[in-house]
Ligand binder design. Structure first.
Ligand code: BGC
Length: 254
């Protein structure tokens, strides 16, 4: 039987990554490709970069749907915010622009929502019921809410205000790097962030993703949170896998 395939693209502040994905088992087919995000991150430059990038992927028919995850609120295909990217994306019909440029089905989704979809299907949240909060620690803090496996899109819990500041500016991985924090020092901020999530939402489980989740042993054991708090299993490819799977499902829903 032919493989069920889609392309996943993960647009971030520093890099753009893409891979062809077998959406049934959540595995990449061939190598993942990556380029630097163009300086300034304008809409035209990013669209042109994605177009070139997907040409480097293993043979996927020109009809293969593409899922693109993006670090902003995405509602009805329109990018609605821009915390760590060019402000030109605010109010931009990205879905329509990518669909035109790539001449096929394209679906845009928030990056943390995409990563969460992959974790809930293939990773740490498999078969988990009730409220699960996925978080990604990177340039910012991404979040995704799931209840009984259903995504409640565009939760922006990285921007929770704690101690009078937008707390992604304190507890993201970029903040750790910027302030030269040790794992222990960073864990103090993470403790404050995750205990606030716990207090406000009483989740069954919190999943911690983002590139730094590969080093989870250095900081997760330092946290004392009432609910289960676990590392993401799909690591840094979760966005690609989740975006690809969503695009495949939406392209084949009829
Ligand atoms: C953005 C979110 C995004 C997260 C991770 C935040 O600054 O507001 O939309 O999911 O960064 O990239």
């Amino acid at each position: 039987m032919a493989k069920k395939m889609a392309i996943g693209v993960d647009i971030g502040g520093t890099g753009i990554k893409a891979a062809l994905v077998d959406v049934k088992n959540g595995e990449m087919i061939g190598e993942r490709v990556r380029v630097e995000t163009p300086e300034g991150g304008s809409t035209d430059d990013i669209i042109a970069t994605v177009k070139n990038l997907i040409k480097k992927l293993p043979d996927a028919s020109s009809k293969t749907p593409i899922g693109i995850c993006f670090p902003a609120v995405v509602q009805h295909g329109v990018t609605m915010s821009a915390a760590n990217i060019s402000k030109k994306w605010i109010g931009f019909d990205a879905d329509a622009a990518f669909t035109k440029a790539l001449s096929r089905d394209v679906h845009l989704v928030n990056d943390a929502d995409a990563a969460g979809l992959a974790e809930m299907r293939f990773g740490a949240g498999r078969a988990e019921r009730g409220l699960v909060i996925m978080t990604t620690l990177g340039t910012g803090i991404g979040s995704a809410l799931f209840f009984d496996q259903t995504l409640i899109p565009n939760a922006e819990l990285g921007h929770l205000e704690i101690d009078g500041v937008d707390y992604e500016s304190m507890a993201s991985f970029a903040a750790k790097e910027r302030d030269g924090l040790t794992w222990e020092e960073w864990a103090v901020r993470l403790q404050k962030y995750y205990s606030t999530l716990q207090r406000l939402f009483t989740p069954e489980m919190i999943i911690v993703g983002g590139g730094v989740s590969k080093d989870h042993e250095k900081f997760l054991p330092l946290l004392d949170i009432k609910c289960e708090i676990v590392p993401a299993e799909m690591r840094n490819n979760a966005g690609i896998l989740g975006a690809a799977r969503l695009a495949y499902r939406l392209a084949n829903r009829n």
